[in-house]
Design a protein around this ligand. Structure first.
Ligand SMILES: Cc1ncc(COP(=O)(O)O)c(C=O)c1O
Ligand SMILES: N[C@@H](CCCC[NH3+])C(=O)O
Length: 423
């Protein structure tokens, strides 16, 4: 359940009519619902209420990459969430939004020395490191300042997640994590490094997972590894199970497992682990909490189906062109009629297409449409291709709303380029 519903024939975000936002801010614009975000946090927390996770309970570290808007992060901070970050930039954003450093996990295969130093200075909860060379570098950086970095190795369990290849991370040919078979040797070496406090394991096999089987298989392997590591004398006190839970995009497809089912599976698999569990949900918290609101520029006849040309494009929402992802498309003021159309943006790429032969509400020039389930990996993946300024973002809360990122002025985009003296 989200909070985007028709009221008196007009699509609302909570109690705010979307045309009011479009009038005031222009289109395209991302619109997020506070109530949906808060509801998803509550549902996710409740789903994990019964897992064994030591006296402090699980650490739920929101995957900042899914939606790094500072107002969104501040909303999550208020709800008690930590953050999973993959760059110094994300770390600083999370801190700027009020997320305490001791609730921050730093993931990613390519942390630089500067990023390691930043994490150490901030006093983050844990570095999830992804290779032996990274362990060596982090140890050196930490030891140079007399610190010991709290560390978990991210393990690549060689489990195929069954999601889109571009968002699958747990196969042995993927760049992520230390190969399961190398784990024992990696921990043994890392335990000798002066700058590390190796105290955990981590795993994340992919995103938009619609079947719990692969996650279960990966977690079972992690459980076996924890036992092996302890037998080898390592102190393992944290287990980070990553993110990845899918959300419904296409109403015609089966609904992915709900957080409750995920929580029950985790509870069963992790019973007796005697670790503090960490979770890194992204999409499941914010995916259905956002829409991209856009206006139809014109409708162009096609050979079979018309092209509905909207003012949003692949630079604003990359998912359809990158992953052939489905986003439901709704009219903001549906008139009861239906149409089959190709929904495209104005960019000069054939790939700038949101949907082909889509059966949807009938719309015409000037009408508003929404791309649903755009709260995760939407605005954050936007770019300025075709010199299109970055899209603004709006956060709704009941009957209030605020611009939480202004539309980038085109002048700012142009001014960012500097001319060398010879032109
Ligand atoms: C290490 C890590 N943690 C968490 C996430 C969040 O994933 P999701 O948004 O699918 O929950 C990702 C992205 O796949 C990730 O790479
Ligand atoms: N960007 C992807 C998810 C990537 C997850 C990153 N580890 C998407 O939109 O589905």
């Amino acid at each position: 359940m989200d909070h985007f519903n028709l009221k008196d024939g007009v699509l609302h975000a909570e109690d705010v009519a979307l045309p009011a936002i479009a009038e005031a801010v222009g289109t395209p614009v991302y619109v997020y619902s506070t109530a949906t975000i808060e509801r998803h946090v509550a549902v996710f927390k409740a789903a994990l209420a019964a897992v064994e996770s030591g006296p402090e309970g699980p650490l739920i570290a929101f995957a900042v990459k899914a939606n790094p808007n500072r107002a969104v992060l501040a909303t999550l901070a208020r709800a008690g969430l930590g953050a999973d970050v993959v760059s110094g930039g994300e770390l600083l954003r999370a801190r700027a939004a009020g997320i305490p450093a001791d609730k921050i996990v730093f993931s990613g295969v390519g942390k630089t020395e500067a990023e390691m130093r930043l994490g150490l200075e901030q006093g983050i909860f844990q570095f999830n490191i992804e290779s032996e060379p990274e362990a060596e570098m982090l140890s050196e950086v930490a030891a140079a300042t007399g610190r010991r970095a709290p560390v978990a190795f991210r393990i690549n369990p060689n489990v195929i997640a069954g999601t889109h290849a571009k968002i699958s991370t747990g196969g042995s040919e993927d760049k992520f994590g230390v190969a399961y078979d190398r784990a024992i040797a990696a921990y043994a070496r890392a335990a000798e490094l002066p700058g590390l406090d190796v105290r955990g394991v981590a795993v994340h096999i992919g995103s938009q997972l619609t079947d719990l089987g692969p996650s279960r298989a990966a977690f079972e392997k992690i459980g076996a590894l924890i036992a092996e590591l302890r037998a080898a004398g390592h102190r393992i006190v944290t287990a980070d199970l990553g993110g990845g839970l899918g959300v419904p995009y296409d109403p015609a497809k089966p609904v992915p497992p709900l957080p409750d089912a995920y929580g029950a599976m985790v509870r069963e698999v992790t019973a007796g682990w005697n670790t503090r569990l960490v979770f890194e949900p992204g999409r499941v918290i914010v995916g259905n909490a956002g829409v991209l609101l856009s206006r139809v520029i014109r409708v162009k006849p096609g050979v079979t189906d018309p092209f509905v040309i909207v003012d949003a494009a692949m630079n604003d929402l990359m998912r359809p062109s990158l992953y052939d992802a489905w986003h439901d498309i709704r009219a903001v003021t549906p008139n009861g009629a239906a149409m089959t159309a190709n929904i495209v943006g104005p960019i000069c790429e054939s790939g700038d297409s949101f949907a082909k032969k889509r059966a949807m509400d009938a719309v015409g020039p000037g009408d508003l449409v929404t791309f649903m389930t755009a709260g995760a990996y939407g605005a954050t993946m936007a770019n300025t291709y075709n010199s299109r300024a970055l899209t603004p973002e709006v956060l709704v809360n009941g009957d209030q709303w605020a611009v939480v990122r202004e539309r980038q002025p085109i002048e700012a985009l142009i001014a960012a380029d500097k001319l060398p003296p010879w032109v």
